[in-house]
Design a binder for this molecule. Sequence first.
Ligand SMILES: Cc1ncc(COP(=O)(O)O)c(C=O)c1O
Ligand SMILES: N[C@@H](CCCC[NH3+])C(=O)O
Length: 419
Amino acid sequence: MDHFALNGGVMHAEDVPLPEIAEVVGTPVYVYSRATLERHAQVFRDALADVPDKLIAFAVKSNPNLAVLKVLGAQGMGADVVSVGEMRRALAAGIAPEMIVFSGVGKTAAEMTAALEAGIGQFNIESEEEGLELAAIAAAKGLTAQCTLRINPDVDAGTHDKISTGKADNKFGVPISEAGQIFGKLAGLPGVNLRGVAVHIGSQLADLAPLETAFEKLGALVAALRSAGHTITHVDLGGGLGVPYRMGEVLPAPAEYGAMVARVTKDWGVKLIFEPGRVIAGNAGVLLTRVVRVKRGIKDPFVIVDAAMNDLARPALYGAYHHFEAVEPSAAQMTANIVGPICETGDTFAMGRECDALEAGDLAVFRTAGAYGATMASSYNSRGFVAEVLVDGDRFAVVADRIEAGAIMDAERVPEWLL
Ligand SMILES: Cc1ncc(COP(=O)(O)O)c(C=O)c1O
Ligand SMILES: N[C@@H](CCCC[NH3+])C(=O)O
């Protein structure tokens, strides 16, 4: 069921007409559906019903909004974080520290210290160097960090190069060929309890085969580590499951993913950790925008909207497709270039796109914007930071204020010697 659908000719988020949100909050604004977030959490959980011992840790980077984390925490999800900032958000949303997993290649000493002090459940160590540093910090505090070693399995995820993380030349994890040796070195150190391995080969995966290959490689590694005398109790399988961005696009369903995981891991005898982001939040949000004007083009007209690449960076960064449609569509269609107001040609959401006919003042949405949307916003062109709204049935709340350009300027200082 789609919680962003037409009702009486007007697109609603659940039971709230989007024009009402635009009226009260202004545009551009991200709009999330609580019911969709909850349904996605449940679908993912159900998909893994055959995995007896597990933690599903939402990838906070995909949507770190506190209200979103609160909704997902209440669904029993933990959190996968990559900075102390994300960790603080997860804790503030009431997610228990034991359910927090800390990934990332560049954890600083200060971040490791803060995470140890918070008592988080797991560090995914991404290099020998990081493991040595974490062990020293923890041992000096008389603490033990619960850890897995992230493995780079050298598997091509078949996704966009910029979001592929499991090929040998990517910065993530330790090469699988050196994993046994590095594991042996780190496992003996005071300050760490190295109890497993982790993998995450990329995001927006449209095919389960690379994931299965990576998991099989990990299974073989677990067996080899056990033969070498190590105790392996935890395996983190990361996130990465893709979602449909185009109408009618079919991707592997969470149930197919869950069945594959259950089959590949059935004899591992470990607790499995999952780090889904996009599959939970992606289709739970839209970016609501208003058409500023329609400008004649040499070929197609330019529909200039008030959202821009600073609000939704994915098209500019990855050439990503976001379905675009009118909030109050007529039957008429047009072919248009959909662009934002920023002074870069890259501020283009789509070229030559068939879409609902639009005029200045009309409202429209970019779909599938709940993951890697607001979280990647910037204030480029001094446009401020976009607002976020959460809908719940027939009510809605602003869950992130729009930060106006003036407020950002207020944080800046001209030194006395320039006055
Ligand atoms: C370590 C890690 N875990 C989880 C995720 C979440 O990925 P996705 O949103 O594709 O599920 C990412 C992002 O790709 C990641 O880098
Ligand atoms: N930012 C990327 C996903 C990155 C995943 C992070 N590991 C996107 O929008 O598709």
